[in-house]
Design a protein around this ligand. Structure first.
Ligand code: GDP
Length: 167
């Protein structure tokens, strides 16, 4: 974790959206604090979390919200489904519509298939998500908030693409 720069060059607002129980809160605490909380809803009352990363020698503070209805002003979105819950993937198209209706046109969207550690319970093949992401122009990652696999990579990619869009 990079910590405590005196000077922040940019603040990027990012929203984490998707069906209930897909792991939005856990992804956020994994990225912001490198934690996975078994007591999941310990974040009640916290509106957003932040983490500052270095992109092209600039300090970029990601301000990340996992509460619904925060799309306004967001530069990026993590659209999360659960690879073990087909229904959460079937709803992804609706979440994209929601974003296109309520967020800025230039919003960068990453599709995230979370709980990749539960390989035996998988019901959403990677190829289905790859195809959807390509059709919709989304970045795509499979992650595990539990193991941490790909979580930093996915958030960093999103932040880098936002940086490319705005600079
Ligand atoms: P949210 O409602 O989308 O914010 O989902 P939560 O972050 O509260 O997670 C819902 C449940 O899934 C909790 O019991 C988490 O412990 C569990 N969970 C979240 N991410 C993962 C993951 O990557 N792997 C596994 N195995 N469980 C996860």
């Amino acid at each position: 974790l990079e910590s405590g720069p005196d000077k922040i060059d940019y603040v990027f607002k990012v929203v984490v959206i998707g069906d209930s129980a897909v792991g939005k809160t856990q992804l956020l605490s994994r990225f912001a604090k490198n934690e996975f909380c078994l007591d999941s809803k310990s974040t009640i009352g916290v509106e957003f979390q932040t983490r500052t990363v270095n992109i092209n020698s600039k300090f970029v503070k990601a301000q990340i919200w996992d509460t619904a209805g925060q799309e306004r002003g967001a530069l990026g979105a993590m659209l999360v489904y659960d690879v073990t819950k087909r229904q959460s993937f079937d709803h992804v198209a609706r979440w994209v519509e929601e974003l296109r209706a309520h967020a800025d046109n230039s919003i960068v969207i990453a599709l995230i298939g979370n709980k990749a550690d539960l390989a035996d319970l998988r019901t959403v093949p990677t190829e289905d998500a790859v195809e959807f992401a390509e059709n919709q122009g989304l970045y795509f990652f499979e992650t595990s908030a539990l193991s941490g696999e790909n979580v930093d990579t996915a958030f960093r990619k999103l932040l880098e693409e936002i940086y490319n869009v705005i600079s």
